[in-house]
Ligand binder design. Structure first.
Ligand SMILES: O=C(NC/C=C/[C@H]1OC[C@H](O)[C@@H]1O)c1cc([N+](=O)[O-])cc(O)c1O
Ligand SMILES: [Mg+2]
Length: 221
């Protein structure tokens, strides 16, 4: 049986990057996915926008939904302050195993907690099991029909404090229309769109940046 795409990405990282150098890991994945085989990493173009948001916000607690091969996990964790922590949830055990290897190769295992399971099951457990109060930044990059239910779950579980930022990938392609409608029309969020392109392509895509304003704006429950 042949290899899987995540396995081929790990091999490209081990061949073309330096252990303990997150930047070289990010570059190796981008090179492989640009020239050899497309993969659903946030990529270099949208990645620059993610970098700017992280550097501006200086988050201490980060939640990533959808690890895949840990491209954005490594890219974000590399920019965090020393005491910061990133929790990343991945449903698919095979890609999670590859992600773990790439996180270790990058030397970021101290900053990153990788959990295998469904976001809907795990979000209600994060406070208790990981001593999380609230998240400063949530990066949504998992199944596109889970962005809205998981955002509502984060609100319900009190995991967002005013000022927290939700940064959502793929709001144009593949698209997350119900999520966009919610964050753009709810009094609980101040939302703005960063136009870009689908990773490694010319297709239209972008990131939605939404600041949580608090539950006060109850409006229609
Ligand atoms: O489905 C996407 N992401 C959802 C990922 C779902 C996760 O769950 C199972 C899989 O292991 C993956 O890690 C996606 C799809 C495209 N795409 O162009 O199809 C582009 C992207 O940036 C994406 O994040
Ligand atoms: Mg994505």
């Amino acid at each position: 049986t042949g290899s899987t795409r995540p396995q081929r990405i790990l091999r490209a990282v081990q061949k073309n990057s330096t252990r303990g150098s997150p930047c070289s890991v990010v570059n190796a994945i981008d090179d492989y996915c640009k020239h050899k085989e497309w993969a659903m990493n946030v990529g270099d173009e949208k990645g620059i926008i993610v970098d700017d948001v992280v550097l501006e916000l200086k988050p201490i607690t980060v939640l990533e939904l959808g690890t895949y091969c840990a491209y954005s996990t490594v890219r974000i964790a590399n920019l965090l302050p020393p005491e910061a922590k990133l929790i990343t949830l991945e449903f698919n055990a095979e890609s999670a195993a590859i992600a773990r290897e790439i996180i270790t190769w990058a030397g970021l295992e101290e900053k990153i907690q990788l959990i295998i399971g469904a976001s809907g099951d795990w979000i209600p457990r994060l406070k208790e099991e990981f001593g999380i109060e609230t998240f400063d930044l949530v990066f949504l990059d998992h199944w596109k029909d889970r962005y809205l239910p998981d955002t509502k779950l984060l609100e319900k579980c009190g995991l967002l404090k005013p000022g927290a930022v939700l940064l959502a990938d793929n709001v144009i392609c593949p698209g997350t229309p119900d999520y966009l409608d919610y964050v753009r029309n709810s009094p609980r969020y101040k939302s703005k769109f960063y136009r870009s392109h689908l990773e490694y392509t010319q297709e239209e895509d972008g990131l939605e940046h939404s600041v949580f304003l608090g539950m006060a704006g109850r409006g229609a429950e």
